[in-house]
Design a protein around this ligand. Structure first.
Ligand code: NDP
Ligand code: GDR
Length: 327
């Protein structure tokens, strides 16, 4: 019999890549969608037609219990979250409810649903390198102290610790992937990489003149979302649950991302096209993220396939195509 998986955050970047991966492995896939008329549903259905969508919200535990009852999953991937760090300062309470308390709602729903053997439903929590926050150790590993710098990071730290606690308290097969930034042509337009790739494509096509950003010196360990979801799946195939850093182990600044993106469309004097505005700076910044994913590589046999410059070019090429079609 084929395995069954329930994914929260199905309308997001990772949900879409993970759904495709699981369908390709023969899973029956269910996705939790919030709202009464979510505009992203047609896109999800076109991307992965085999999927079954169930209405629900991480803030509404009864909807999670219904989703579990309907999907009867072997594996649950909790990717749903308010995930935009900048937004989390303006909506700190809501972010805590969804990104933090939402994890507890789901863990508790699984515990109630699974009955006598809570480990029979395997659980994946989308933890984040944003939890490391203030730089204390380079590179960052599973045992690096957490010092989150945003309401989002604090909420993720809560979800992370709660996942570990449910594993230790109830013997749940609950794993946490501490993922560093990962991107793709499906990345939301509010994140810096997609903002850059779309703007560079539009500048190359003569549709806009410049783009406005915040801190260009922040450094991130940027990987490809298609590689990241493979690590998530591998975690839930292990006999024992655990926590894993998933990263490329390389770091690049926003400035370097800009340079590779502009050079790909033949623009070398790219600084003339970039402005900075205090609006896009954050109240507290995470200056440097670089992971050490040795554990994931050794135990899961995982490794990233797409390198930084290829990722940047993939995103710019996709946006060139989209902008040409839209023009
Ligand atoms: P996205 O922002 O693309 O997707 C977030 C998803 O969460 C969307 O499907 C969104 O639904 C859903 N969601 C928002 N609020 C709720 C709610 N109240 N109930 C249920 N679902 C909700 O994120 P990514 O795909 O990039 O990331 C997936 C997960 O991984 C997130 O938890 C993120 O925080 C985490 N993460 C991401 C990293 C990255 O670099 N991408 C790195 C580390 C962790 P809707 O479309 O309706 O808004
Ligand atoms: P991040 O991603 O906060 O790392 O969180 P984001 O792309 O938003 O920012 C990365 C860095 O770029 C700087 N930056 C800007 N960012 C945005 N969005 N817009 C700008 O104009 C801009 N200018 C400079 C930021 O200050 C920051 O340093 C992502 C999300 O996917 C989280 O959900 C996830 O947990 C982490 O990655 C790991």
């Amino acid at each position: 019999m084929s395995k069954r998986a329930l994914i929260t955050g199905i309308t997001g970047q990772d949900g879409m890549y993970l759904a495709r991966l699981l369908v390709s492995k023969g899973y029956e896939v269910f996705g939790l969608v919030r709202g009464q008329n979510n505009p992203k549903v047609p896109f999800v259905r076109a991307w992965v037609p085999e999927i079954t969508l169930i209405t629900g919200d991480l803030q509404d535990q009864s909807s999670l219990l219904r989703a579990l009852d309907r999907s009867q999953p072997d594996e649950v991937y909790n990717l749903g979250a308010i995930s935009f760090v900048a937004y989390s300062w303006e909506n700190a309470h809501l972010t805590s409810q969804v990104t933090g308390m939402g994890v507890l709602n789901l863990l508790e729903a699984i515990r109630l649903h699974a009955g006598a053997d809570p480990s029979r439903v395997r659980f994946y929590q989308a933890s984040s390198s944003e939890m490391f926050g203030r730089v204390q150790q380079v590179p960052q590993r599973e045992d690096t102290l957490l010092w989150p710098r945003s309401p989002y990071g604090v909420a993720k730290a809560f979800g992370h610790h709660m996942t570990v606690n449910y594993r230790e308290s109830y013997g749940m097969h609950a794993s946490s992937g501490i993922l560093f930034n990962h991107e793709s042509p499906l990345r939301g337009p509010e994140f810096v990489t997609r903002k850059i790739s779309t703007s560079v494509a539009r500048i190359a096509l003569g549709l806009q003149d410049d783009l406005t950003l915040g801190n260009l010196d922040a450094k991130r360990d940027w990987g490809f979302a298609g590689d990241s979801v493979d690590a998530m799946w591998r975690m839930l195939q292990q006999d024992a649950p655990d926590d894993y850093v998933v990263s490329t182990n390389e770091t690049h600044s926003v400035r370097e991302f800009l340079q590779v993106a502009f050079e790909h469309v033949g623009i070398t004097d790219w600084e003339h096209h970039v402005r900075q505005d205090p609006e896009f700076f954050r109240p507290a910044e995470v200056d440097l993220l670089i992971g050490d994913s040795s554990k994931a590589r050794d135990v899961l046999g995982w490794q990233p396939e797409v390198q930084f410059a290829d990722l940047v070019r993939m995103m710019v090429d996709s946006d060139l195509e989209q902008q040409r079609t839209a023009a």
